[in-house]
Design a protein around this ligand. Structure first.
Ligand SMILES: Nc1ncnc2c1ncn2[C@@H]1O[C@H](COP(=O)(O)OP(=O)(O)O)[C@@H](O)[C@H]1O
Ligand SMILES: CC(C)(COP(=O)(O)O)[C@@H](O)C(=O)NCCC(=O)O
Ligand SMILES: [K+]
Length: 258
């Protein structure tokens, strides 16, 4: 089995791909927070494997995408000790023989490159990938697979958390779409503001990008929070929570074959 490790700013996702069935069969998340990560890795990964009748020897290849440099060595050391092998780490060097191209390979997040790889593999046409993670990102890819640019705004949870942190009286609220766009109490006010506000942000951003480029794009949504804005269903051609994982697998494969 192939193991994908996708280290984002909130969660490190472990996902297993079974080559026989061609499916992502298992997935679990740990919190990225560095102080907890080492103990979580050594406790939770072996327990997960045991509970799912898996053994470290089932893993024949590991690919890792990280946008959190300070945990890279923790993850690599864990792979060496538990799986007995190093992960293939996605870096700017991994992009040289791909059908997609970034004009700023040292700068773009590895997760965004993975997203582009998977979306390009699927559509091979202009595409915008909207990733609902800690950050909410829009990655714009042209008809030749060249990444035209990335837009970054605070993610939904990040926006809610920042209100809680930066105010005296606002609570941290659940990410839930209220029935009315007009807040009837403080909790609803934040939920309506962030969830309806972000609905308009996403719709508006997609339209602004289309207007600027004077062309149409497929739109693929991904990320842990991609299903929360049900108000956006008609704006996406596809919602695929495994997009980053799939791209991570494809980039690892391309690099291992050479
Ligand atoms: N199935 C889910 N339902 C609700 N929230 C989720 C789910 N999966 C992930 N999340 C939350 O979504 C947020 C973004 O997750 P993710 O896309 O993995 O972010 P990142 O890549 O920045 O770590 C996190 O706060 C995570 O806890
Ligand atoms: C934009 C991001 C913070 C998104 O991270 P995430 O929300 O997945 O944790 C990450 O892709 C990153 O650090 N990128 C570097 C800058 C860039 O992509 O241009
Ligand atoms: K991510």
């Amino acid at each position: 089995m192939f193991l994908a490790i996708d280290a984002g700013n909130s969660n490190v996702v472990f996902a297993l791909f079974d080559e026989k069935s061609g499916k992502w069969t298992n997935q679990f998340r740990l919190e990225t927070k560095t102080n907890k990560l080492i103990s979580q890795l050594s406790k939770k990964v072996p327990v997960y494997f045991l509970e799912h009748s898996l053994t470290p020897a089932d893993i024949v290849s590991i690919g890792m995408s990280s946008v959190v440099p300070e945990i890279n060595s923790i993850l690599i050391d864990f792979c060496k000790s538990y799986f007995g092998r190093e992960p293939f780490q996605i870096t700017e060097k991994s992009y040289q023989n791909l059908p997609i191209k970034s004009l700023r390979p040292q700068e773009i997040g590895a997760d965004l490159m993975c997203n582009v790889m998977a979306a390009w593999d699927r559509y091979q046409s202009p595409v915008i990938i909207v990733d609902f993670g800690t950050a909410l990102t829009f990655t714009v890819v042209d008809e030749e697979g060249i990444i035209l640019g990335v837009n970054i705004v605070p993610g939904l949870k990040t926006a809610i958390k920042s209100l809680f942190i930066n105010t005296a009286k606002l609570p941290e609220v659940e990410l839930k779409l209220p029935e009315s766009a007009i807040g009837k109490n403080t909790i609803h006010a934040i939920q309506a503001g962030v969830l309806y506000g972000y609905t308009s942000l996403v719709k508006g951003m997609l339209q602004t990008i289309r207007d600027e480029l004077k062309s149409d794009f497929k739109v693929v949504a991904t990320g842990g929070l991609s299903a929360i804005l049900t108000t956006l269903e008609s704006d996406f051609d596809q919602v695929d929570k495994n997009l980053t994982l799939e791209g991570l697998r494809l980039i690892t494969l391309k690099n291992q074959i050479r």
